[in-house]
Write a protein that binds this ligand. Structure first.
Ligand SMILES: *Cc1c(COP(=O)(O)O)cnc(C)c1O
Length: 354
């Protein structure tokens, strides 16, 4: 791929690395590329970070043809910049695009673009423990027609934001509300796609529970509201009676890279993993009888997020005395250890950005 560079006239002052928050600061440059029906992808560029121009009639603003990805760049102690399983994000974006009738961006082009923009912004990859450079690739239809059909022109953009820990409290347990009114996705819909539309429909539930001191909602399946699916921006795992349960990839849940990595690691550790439907009543009963030993969300942004309390229909169970469990801690240490280059990469998951 031929990538042109447009120089910025001035560079930004770097943020306070001790107070990055999440998604508040953006780097000096971004990656952009255009798609035109008939021509394909063209005009790959690294340009100064700034507004994109969009006609008010642009398709994405009306019919939400948009997909995105989320990954991170990590700074190793020896200064190397590492990224984690970018090919998984590339392939997932291709599946999201397929479902939303958007053009495919080939895996090699996706990975090359990510590496190019991260390499150009190396000095924005923070070095303090727990900090990373969050990478947000996204694609949207920008042609101008009012009428429901697939777009003919698209834009692919990658922006970068240096971030601290996802949760202000660090890896401490959170309170989760099991949602019975709203649903996130149903089989046949777009639950397996990382698309803005899924989030637009879910914000209402999140808003409702945050006012009550809960940090996220646990979604149930769209048809029966009986089976556990995922938590907000993460997949979810439960350790019950020595085994780890997580919902199967049946089309309505997002196939997380962290989920896949945790399953591989857990199996390697000899832990029995059950990718099976998890009835919410079974889960709450396990909570009451003490068989639910640990619960945690898994996703790139928060890595591992322990769940200390679950509320369902006015019933509340506390998990592991509202403390981070040993398995959640072990997974967190192992995954981040690999991602920051402190532990050997026995799976071939780490790419160095040069
Ligand atoms: C991104 C995302 C996840 C986690 O996926 P990772 O690849 O592990 O970051 C889980 N659920 C939803 C809804 C998501 O958008």
């Amino acid at each position: 791929m031929n990538i042109a560079t447009v120089k910025a006239s001035t560079l930004k002052a770097k943020p306070d690395w001790n107070d990055l928050g999440f998604g508040k600061y953006f780097t000096d440059y971004m990656f952009t590329m255009e798609y035109t029906e008939g021509t394909g992808w063209h005009d790959a560029k690294i340009v100064p970070y700034g507004p994109v121009s969009l006609d008010p009639g642009a398709m994405v603003l009306h019919y939400a043809q948009e997909v995105f990805e989320g990954m991170k760049a990590y700074r190793a102690k020896d200064g190397r910049i590492l990224i984690f399983r970018p090919e998984m994000n590339a392939r997932r974006m291709m599946r999201s695009c397929d479902r939303l009738v958007m053009p495919q961006l080939p895996e090699e082009m996706f990975v090359e673009a990510v590496k190019a923009i991260v390499a150009a912004q190396k000095d924005w990859v923070p070095a303090l423990p727990g900090t990373t450079l969050y990478i947000r690739p996204f694609m949207y239809a920008d042609d101008v027609v009012i009428g429901v059909h697939p777009g003919k022109t698209y834009k692919f953009v990658i922006i970068l934001t240096p971030v601290g820990s996802y949760y202000a409290e660090g890896i401490n347990p959170v309170k989760i509300h099991v949602e019975e009114e709203y649903v996130r996705a149903a089989i046949g819909g777009t639950g397996f796609c990382k698309c803005g539309g899924n989030y637009a429909a879910s914000i209402i539930a999140q808003e409702k529970v945050m006012k009550e001191g809960y940090s996220q909602v646990l979604w149930l399946d769209g048809a029966e509201r009986k089976y556990v699916e995922e938590v907000g921006t993460m997949n979810v795992m439960f350790k019950i009676d020595g085994e780890v349960w997580t919902a199967p990839l049946d089309g309505s849940i997002l196939p997380g890279v962290t989920r896949d990595s945790c399953i591989t690691i857990l199996k390697d550790w000899g832990v029995h993993v059950r990718e099976e439907l998890i009835p919410i009543d079974f889960l709450m009963d396990a909570g009451k009888s003490g068989k639910l030993e640990e619960a945690f969300g898994v996703g790139t942004a928060a890595v591992i997020s322990p769940i200390g309390l679950l509320r369902y229909k006015g019933d509340v169970v506390t998990i592991n005395d509202f403390k981070t469990g040993p398995l959640a801690k072990k997974l967190y240490d192992f995954l981040t250890g690999m991602q920051y280059g402190d532990l050997p990469d026995k799976y071939g998951w780490i790419h160095e950005v040069k």
